[in-house]
Design a protein around this ligand. Sequence first.
Ligand code: MRU
Length: 359
Amino acid sequence: MASYPQGPKVQDHDSVRAVHWDGGALRLLDQRLLPDRVEYLVLEDSGAVAEAIRSMVVRGAPAIGITAAYAVVLAVRHRLAEAGRQWREALEPDLQTLAAARPTAVNLTWAIEQMRVLLDAQPADPLAAALQLAERIHSEDVAGNRQMGRLGAALIAPGSGVLTHCNTGSLATGGFGTALGVIRSAWGEGRLSGVFADETRPWLQGSRLTAWELAQDGIPVTLICEAAAASLMARGRVQWVVVGADRIAANGDVANKIGTYALAVLARHHGLRFMVAAPTSTLDLSAADGAAIAVEERPAEEILHCGSGRIAPEGTRAWNPVFDVTPAGLIDAIVTERGVVEQPGRGTAQFERWLGEKI
Ligand code: MRU
């Protein structure tokens, strides 16, 4: 992967990292505790990493994929020590446990598949080869995000306000971020009149994570509750909605954090532009359209409670899909590290040309 030069101003706004490989162990910033506490979990067992992914210690599609790649390194080390020559067969359940940790973020299965192909080729030193690939997946993600940042920022006219959803930044990736990387770049280039983040119920990735991450990097942000998005748009405060993706189907339909679809409908109603920024590892060409994407549903308790407090009467039923699908027709631009697809709903989402190519 080529490296992409950044202006010093953009670099000044890029200090946060959530996933670290540290002397043989995986160190994860525990995102459940933010913004109150900055604490790391040190994990040496792939099963514990799968549980950390499931329980939202680490989240965001690219970060989940990178974390899983390092978890495979831990699993290879364990199986080599325990099963000797049978290590490859013994590894298979570990790969399956990791892949099942969260169903929608396709970067998870993408990263595990990269590791599987490498290990199936029987490298002379499987542990060293696995670590090298995991580190490459990690560093290429950061480089790709910087490129996406430049491409996405170039679409935003100077003086624009932007609204983002969930957390798509350094916390959700190897570093720099996808949609938040676009915002980071646009801010560094002096293009933005304002950055708005919605709180993103029920896990509050917007208020807990995006607001925290942008504060670390000196980018002022105004938080809104999700219900305020229409009013914000009606008052002309934003010109773009910029979001990430957990999976993009072959026709350009995008699965992302629940509430994304509503923002896309609102943006179209108000004549605003809607951008999705995601690496090509988020493309799933086996899904013809959004209907083929599995949407994760999480426990009702997540919306019956806010923090440690219950916010609905005992016995209340709740439905908690944590992603939704935005039809390609509502999207103005899909920005990847390999290029931009404008108006994917008009049949321009021909991603095949990017896959399998080396850059
Ligand atoms: O449930 P989460 O926090 O993992 O959901 C994250 C999102 O929906 C992000 O928008 C998406 O993964 C892209 S992150 C660069």
